[in-house]
Design a protein around this ligand. Structure first.
Ligand code: HEM
Length: 134
């Protein structure tokens, strides 16, 4: 079984000597990579012990960068109820996630809306008829 880390555990590794970062819900120990990073050590220290998904994706890292990253995988992140929400899924993660078909609304909300509009329309017609016959 893969090792699991909580955010609190990841946050303990926020120094150059022990530098963990979360990317796409996975935990990486990039301590040995800090000095080699073409983008410099400063940006890595900025995200040390935190979720660096957005920072990593914003740069548009190459596939090679992702391969390097894979070498430093140490486990999966487990989020507690009080932990921050995951960052927006990266392009590597969202390729298979289907959008809901009803324009972003969950099906049940959509169904209730449609039923409500239909009932309202029906009620309105009844009212018109009553007024017409009075
Ligand atoms: C966490 C693991 C990371 C790995 C393994 C990694 C790896 C790499 C690699 C291999 C490059 C060379 C260009 C490329 O192949 O895309 C690169 C460039 C760069 N990285 Fe990262 N990176 C990481 C995190 C970050 C983070 C969190 C930032 C934050 C902003 C960042 C900022 C940059 C920048 C600005 C460059 C461009 C440097 C230049 O071309 O002058 N990197 N990175």
């Amino acid at each position: 079984m893969a090792t699991e880390f909580t955010f609190a555990q990841v946050a303990e590794h926020d120094t150059k000597d022990s530098l963990f970062v979360v990317i796409d819900e996975k935990v990486y120990d990039i301590s040995k990579f800090v000095d080699e990073h073409p983008g410099g050590e400063e940006v890595l220290l900025d995200v040390a012990g935190t979720d660096g998904t957005e920072a990593f994706e914003d740069v548009g890292h190459s596939d090679e960068a992702r391969e390097i990253l894979a070498k430093y995988l140490v486990g999966n992140l487990v989020r507690g109820p009080n932990d921050p929400k995951p960052a927006a899924p990266s392009r590597s993660a969202n390729s298979s996630s289907a959008e809901p078909s009803s324009g972003g609304l969950p099906g049940i909300v959509y169904a209730i809306l449609v039923a409500g509009i239909a009932a309202g329309g029906y009620y309105y017609l009844q009212l018109q008829q009553q007024q017409g016959s009075a």
